[in-house]
Design a protein around this ligand. Structure first.
Ligand code: ZN
Length: 420
């Protein structure tokens, strides 16, 4: 771990921001925009996983309050921001807009409405943007020297209205017209087909698949009137998928952090399981929770590997992912240059080399120092090694999602080539 003097020296030669080099941010701005090592309080013991989601490295932000939900199907023209990352409803996105024009455009829109749309790259075809996005509500902001820092929370899925005009305001910001997508409540395929007075005596619906055996005989009686066998209806119950996904996740996650509610679980899975980019887009397009969970159950069958984006060297494995944030293993963090990195945390990594000295400047994990990781074979930037002499774990790795690819392990079914 280096001290602040070392860090000051580092920034005289090049402007490194948690692993990346900025062409636009001066070292003076950098120091102003970030906390210094002296500001860090000494932390010890088990790392508090609440800390990363607070994004304390952004400095003091002002709470805006409020919770904005639009009507299902409502069509709105909102400010859209294009980033190379993903955020689903319920998850947090930190942003720094250090470009003065971009910052003033965003501020102008936020004064009128705190909600904007997160757009993402479309890897499925050559269109510029993916048709689907998420409404984001700015919950905390601050402006310092013209630099806008903000934290936003994902609220609702939305779809860019086909053939609507997209007005470009800056490279990343545009005005888009979107339609709010409903989250349909999924009901049992046998729902509302039983006489009311029998429902009281012979319940055949349950929220936990573990209770299914107690009501199976009633379901059998009831389904006897239909063409299909009763077991088939079980496979269309949302609790069936929840059970299988929770069982599958046990092999690589501590279950206390995994939500049990079907809708939250379906989003949590996208944010946390190692998925290929195209798989995420597919999941995002699904119109119901059950369709999303069904696809997730299929993806869960494959063990995943993390490989270098450039030379496909193995860097990490699914079983080594660790949860160091209450939002899960894949979270978004922003550096002072405004680059957002979705970062996967792992307890073990291989085929990398370290560059430079450890630094605590602008650390996304309070109490930890970061050191840049590069691919041992092709020198591509991979992410950062985080170290602490007082916290547990003492070391872990944060891989930048944009620098690595997810591939299926060779011994798993439906083995395919790495993602696009
Ligand atoms: Zn490589």
């Amino acid at each position: 771990m280096s001290d602040s003097e070392d860090n000051d020296n580092e920034f005289q030669d090049e402007e490194i921001e948690n692993g990346h080099i900025s062409s636009s941010l001066s070292p003076t701005q950098y120091v102003n925009a970030s906390s210094t090592d002296e500001d860090e309080e000494e932390l010890a013991g088990d790392f508090n996983i609440d800390l990363p989601t607070s994004h304390k490295y952004l400095g003091k932000l002002n709470d805006l309050g409020g919770y904005t939900l639009f009507e299902d199907g409502e069509v709105l023209t909102l400010l859209g921001i294009f980033t190379n990352t993903w955020v689903l409803p319920g998850f947090t996105l930190p942003l720094i807009l250090e470009n003065p024009h971009e910052s003033s455009v965003m501020q102008h829109f936020l004064q009128k409405r705190k909600v904007f749309v997160l757009l993402c790259e479309n890897a499925l075809n050559s269109q510029e943007y993916f048709d689907y996005g998420v409404t984001m509500e700015a919950v905390e902001t601050s402006i310092k020297d013209g630099i806008l820092s903000l934290k936003a929370r994902g609220r609702q899925r939305c779809q860019v209205v086909p053939k609507s005009e997209i007005k470009h305001l800056t490279e990343r910001l545009q005005k888009v017209t979107v339609k709010i997508l409903p989250e349909y409540k999924v009901t049992s395929p046998l729902n509302d087909t039983q006489l009311y007075n029998l429902k009281q005596k012979r319940p055949y619906l349950c929220e936990d698949y573990g209770d299914m055996k107690n009501i199976r005989k009633y379901r059998k009686y009831h389904a006897a009137q239909y063409t299909y066998p009763s077991w088939l209806y079980e496979e269309y119950e949302v609790c069936y998928y929840v059970k299988h996904i929770l069982e599958g996740l046990k092999k690589c996650f501590e279950m206390e952090f995994v939500p049990k509610d079907p809708l939250t679980l379906s989003y949590w899975f996208v944010q946390n399981y190692l998925l290929q980019y195209t798989e995420r887009l597919e999941l995002f397009k699904q119109r119901t929770v059950i369709a999303r969970l069904r696809l997730e159950m299929q993806y869960l069958r494959n063990n995943r590997l993390i490989i270098c984006h450039n030379c496909t060297q193995l860097i990490g494995e699914q079983q080594h992912v660790i949860v160091l944030s209450k939002d899960g293993i894949q979270n978004n963090y922003v550096n002072p240059g405004g680059n957002v990195y979705e970062t996967i945390t792992l307890s073990e990594a291989k085929n990398f080399m370290l560059i430079g000295r450890p630094s605590k400047q602008f650390s996304w994990f309070p109490g930890y120092a970061w050191t840049i990781m590069q691919c041992k074979h092709c020198k591509l930037h991979l992410g950062w090694m985080f170290t602490s002499s007082t916290l547990s774990p003492g070391v872990f790795y944060g891989l930048a999602r944009s620098c690595v690819l997810v591939a299926n392990a060779p011994n798993t079914p439906n083995c395919t080539s790495p993602e696009l």
